[in-house]
Unconditional design. Structure first.
Length: 80
C-alpha cells in the first residue's frame, strides 16, 4: 500500500485520500477492478458518518465525513 494523497479539513471531521495497492494486491493475485462502496450514511436518518470509496484499477479514492450532523457548539470534536 502506498498513500498517494491525504487531506483533512473542517476540524478533522472530513478526509479525502488516494491510496495505491498495486504492489500488495498483485502479490496475492488480485486483478485490477472498478467498484464503488458507500456505507449508506444519511443526514436525514441521523447518521454521523458518511463514507464512499471508488476503486479504479489498483487505486482507491476515499471520502469520509465523520461528523455528518455538523459540529455542535462547545463540543470537543477536534480529531485532528
Amino acid at each position: 500500500m502506498r498513500k498517494v494523497f491525504e487531506k483533512w479539513w473542517n476540524h478533522g471531521t472530513k478526509v479525502f485520500q488516494i491510496t495505491n495497492y498495486k504492489k500488495s494486491w498483485k502479490q496475492i493475485g488480485n486483478k485490477p477492478r472498478f467498484c464503488i462502496h458507500e456505507n449508506g450514511g444519511r443526514k436525514k436518518h441521523g447518521d454521523n458518518c458518511f463514507d464512499i470509496s471508488i476503486i479504479i484499477g489498483y487505486t482507491i479514492f476515499n471520502y469520509c465525513n465523520f461528523c455528518l450532523q455538523g459540529l455542535k457548539k462547545g463540543s470537543d470534536n477536534n480529531a485532528e
